[in-house]
Design a protein around this ligand. Structure first.
Ligand SMILES: C[S@@+](CC[C@H](N)C(=O)[O-])C[C@H]1O[C@@H](n2cnc3c(N)ncnc32)[C@H](O)[C@@H]1O
Length: 304
């Protein structure tokens, strides 16, 4: 998939046969379009980018005979503080702003009224697929958001612990379990800062065979503790390694534009050295609907 290309018939059919209707449609320099079930979200850095994506989407949807209910638009600001929820660009107002979308036959709640992010990061699809393939037993899902990784792990039979500052996001996570008819018995949802939680789990001697680390670029707790991924990711990985079982797998992922996969690799190797453990690194294939360089940078670390 290249920039400026809309997904072709083959990929669209592949998504359909995989039970996936949450995916990217097109990426351009100044934005992208994504589908979430019957709804489309256009993310744009400028009004010309928004107008171009909207016009090209209409041509694409007509030629592919894809039924779309509404199109939402969301401005991509430079500063996090300027992030706003999507607005309706096309389609009738007055309908519910909540819907569901599917990924590999798992359902996820989507909410165009919940804020800047609508509930599912489609660039993590291949990582969630890997979780299901590995069938871990005990998963720590840090920075869980709406618990999509926990849902994927639970579907594969794991017990999960999801940690996020936002109680609301964790509530949406519970709803995602329910959407997939997964009981939340044996699963934990902890509304707290990941860092003290990692320390507590280490003190209790808990071990996990999979740990997901997909932090935001920047955040601040209610108590004022700041998290800067560029400065704090390395310590976070080291703390996660402490509670990783033999043969555990850790996902290191980021959207921060200044952190490359090579930088993630360096951090991973440093944390192995600190803990005097060895391990191997690998990447899952890039999602087929993303052009090179777009979407999160991710690596998996398998500990020995
Ligand atoms: C990039 S999203 C994670 C996406 C998630 N991994 C997924 O694939 O759906 C970042 C999440 O981290 C949470 N967060 C930010 N700082 C945090 C912290 N210090 N401790 C726990 N959660 C935090 C935010 O509330 C947000 O839900």
């Amino acid at each position: 998939m290249n920039k400026n290309q809309w997904i072709d018939e083959d990929l669209l059919r592949r998504f359909e046969s995989d039970g996936t209707d949450a995916h990217r449609l097109c990426t351009i320099d100044d934005g992208w379009a994504e589908r979430f079930g019957a709804e489309v979200l256009i993310s744009f850095r400028s009004n010309p980018a928004r107008d171009r994506l909207l016009a090209e989407f209409q041509t694409w949807a007509t030629s592919r005979k894809v039924q779309v209910n509404r199109v939402f638009g969301r401005f991509l600001p430079r500063k996090n503080e300027e992030r706003e929820r999507p607005i309706l660009l096309q389609g009738s107002a007055g309908q519910t702003l909540q819907t569901t979308a599917a990924e590999n036959h798992l359902k996820f709640g989507i909410d165009f009224d919940a804020g800047y992010s609508v509930g599912l990061f489609v660039d993590q699809r291949e990582n969630r697929r890997f979780v299901r393939q590995i069938k871990p037993k005990k998963v720590l899902n840090c920075f869980a958001y709406t618990c999509s990784f926990a849902v994927a792990a639970a579907r594969a039979g794991a017990q999960t612990v999801s940690v996020d500052l936002s109680r609301k996001s964790l509530e949406r996570g519970r709803h995602n379990f329910a959407l997939n008819e997964l009981s939340t018995d044996g699963h934990q949802f902890i509304a707290d800062d990941v860092r003290p939680v990692l320390r507590r789990l280490a003190r209790r001697g808990e071990k996990f065979d999979m740990i997901i680390l997909d932090p935001p670029t920047f955040s601040r707790t209610k108590g004022g503790a700041a998290f800067h991924v560029e400065n704090d990711f390395e310590a976070l990985i080291a703390a996660a390694v402490e509670i990783a079982d033999r043969n555990a797998r850790l996902l290191l992922s980021t959207n921060c534009e200044t952190l490359t996969e090579q930088a993630l690799e360096r951090m991973a190797r440093y944390s192995l050295k600190l803990s005097r453990r060895s391990g191997a690194l690998h990447r899952e294939p890039k999602p087929a609907d993303f052009p090179p360089g777009a979407g999160a940078r991710s690596i998996w670390m398998t500990l020995n």
